[in-house]
Design a protein around this ligand. Structure first.
Ligand code: UT7
Length: 332
């Protein structure tokens, strides 16, 4: 029986930095409100004609492959987590397969929003554990800024979401080696409309209409308060589930890498788990919330900063649109 281990992580964010003051010129908001309510000071937004989900994920993947010491020819499968693909059809996995000249391997897109990377990691883990694949590329990448309503009406979402890509190369290792211990996935669709993007959808007469454009139904809509309240509960539950499953105490965690939704959510979880600052990784302050991108980008930054050492117990946890939520425990 094999286990899967993260062999390398990489990330890329667009060059364009958007400050809170920049946002205050677009909508009725201000730096103090954004910092106090979200922790965010700057974020990166894409430049049309320059950045795409595909080319950002290409750069993140190249970094992950290099750090893993793995060639593109060694990858057996691609799992691409995004809710903002470059095309409506086909998905982004095949575009990355083309871009990086991978062999004609399978490419799977998944649409699990903020939990997307952990869902993707879990799928990769199952393929590796069954022996079907030896090396799987897992990507989380988004361009959210083009789906944001940058008027006063959309300000609570527009100030938090951002763009970026992260990637991880997973490889099969012997079962006594460090690697993924378990993953835990959940959903509760009754809250789908609390955080969603209604259009373009298939169950309307046409996919894009003037009415949709006029009503702004293609923008991300979020009931921030409701999402926040569910998030803090589910984050704790799913982290505890992972610890219990492995017979571990919260004090065993060396580094918690939470989905970067809002710094206040991370701080709440940190307090509940009684973890010191050095055991929780946050980068929302300079990157905002990049949905499926946040966890692999954070892992890549934490690794670069020497905050992850071989064998460390890492806890990943996420909550978002769906609602979906998920956790993973792994030894690095
Ligand atoms: O990643 C996927 C999952 N997403 C999340 O987990 C996000 C969860 N939610 C949140 O992070 C927070 O709810 C937000 C950051 C979105 C909003 O923060 P909040 O502390 O929940 O603010 P609020 O919605 O309760 O609004 C408080 C006040 C309101 O004004 P009144 O009614 O008290 O006069 C809002 O109109 O702040 C106002 N407000 C703003 N003011 C300045 C809302 N957005 C802004 C803004 N700038 N951008």
């Amino acid at each position: 029986m094999y286990k899967s281990r993260i062999l390398g992580v990489g990330h890329y964010v667009p060059e364009r930095t958007v400050t809170n003051d920049d946002l205050s010129k677009m909508m009725d908001t201000n730096n103090d409100w954004i910092v106090e309510r979200t922790g965010i000071r700057t974020r990166h937004w894409f430049t049309p004609g320059v950045d795409t989900v595909t080319n950002m994920s290409k750069k993140a993947t190249e970094m992950a492959l290099e750090r893993a010491g793995v060639g593109a020819e060694d990858i057996d499968f691609i799992i691409f987590a995004t809710i903002t693909p470059d095309y409506f059809i086909p998905g982004n996995g095949v575009l990355l397969q083309r871009e990086l000249n991978f062999r004609n391997i399978g490419a799977l897109d998944i649409r699990n929003a903020c939990s997307g990377f952990i869902y993707a990691l879990s799928i990769a883990d199952q393929f590796i554990k069954t022996g079907m694949y030896k090396k799987v590329l897992v990507v989380g990448a988004e361009i959210q800024s083009s789906a944001l309503d940058k008027s006063d009406e959309g300000r609570s979402s527009a100030v938090i979401f951002a763009d970026g890509a992260g990637a991880a190369v997973l490889g099969a290792v012997e079962s006594d080696q460090p690697g993924i211990l378990s993953t835990h996935l959940h959903s509760q669709g009754q809250y789908a409309e609390e955080l969603y993007c209604k259009d373009p959808g298939s169950s309307r007469e046409v996919r894009i209409s003037q009415e949709m454009i006029d009503s702004g139904s293609f923008f991300v809509k979020m009931n921030g308060n409701a999402v926040f309240k569910h998030a803090v509960v589910r984050f704790m539950e799913v982290i505890q589930e992972a610890l219990d499953h492995n017979g571990l105490d919260k004090s065993a965690i060396d580094l918690l890498v939470p989905h970067q939704a809002n710094l206040r959510i991370s701080q709440y979880i940190q307090q509940k788990l009684e973890l010191p600052d050095e055991k929780v990784f946050n980068n929302i302050m300079h990157l905002g919330n990049t949905t499926a991108g946040t966890i692999p980008i954070a892992l890549s930054e934490a690794w670069e900063q020497g905050k992850i050492k071989e064998g460390d117990l890492i806890c990943l946890a996420a909550f978002g649109s769906g609602f979906t939520w998920a956790s993973a425990l792994l030894n690095w």
